[in-house]
Design a protein around this ligand. Structure first.
Ligand code: SF4
Ligand code: SF4
Length: 126
């Protein structure tokens, strides 16, 4: 990304104010795969891998302070994480989505594991 660009926040519709993403460990075993299946069983929850191969759980939920015109309602008092987000920090979604790969539901994730011939199924008696 060319850092001379200024973030066009007035054009973008506040993409970075409409979700939170929490880094998680890369899944390594059946128990981990099952936790991700549980995340993805919920509405508006995604799991993605970013361009640095880090894994995140993402909650698609807008910030309560985002105004109808998509501007920040507490701009002067916004959290530091909001201040450190944007073009100058190399993470503005207007120019580059963070996703290298994204799973939006359990089926997408299970298909991905099946394609990689990863055994993720537990065997239950019931
Ligand atoms: S920093 Fe980027 S993603 Fe966030 S509102 Fe501004 S242009 Fe949109
Ligand atoms: S506090 Fe303001 S800048 Fe931060 S996410 Fe909410 S609306 Fe966006």
């Amino acid at each position: 990304m060319n850092k001379k660009y200024k973030a066009p926040c007035n054009l973008c519709g506040g993409k970075c104010c409409e979700y939170i993403a929490i880094e998680i460990d890369k899944p390594k075993n059946k128990k981990d795969y099952d936790v991700i299946r549980w995340y993805l069983s919920h509405k508006n929850v995604n799991v993605f891998i970013d361009h640095d191969n880090k894994w995140y759980v993402e909650f698609r939920t807008p910030c309560e302070f985002q105004k109808p015109n998509k501007k920040c309602g507490i701009y002067a008092n916004r959290p530091d994480i909001c201040r450190r987000h944007g073009v100058s920090h190399g993470d503005c979604e207007y120019y580059d989505l963070p996703y290298r790969m994204i799973f939006r539901n359990t089926k997408e994730f299970e298909d991905h594991l099946d394609q990689k011939t990863i055994d993720w199924r537990f065997k239950y008696n019931d």
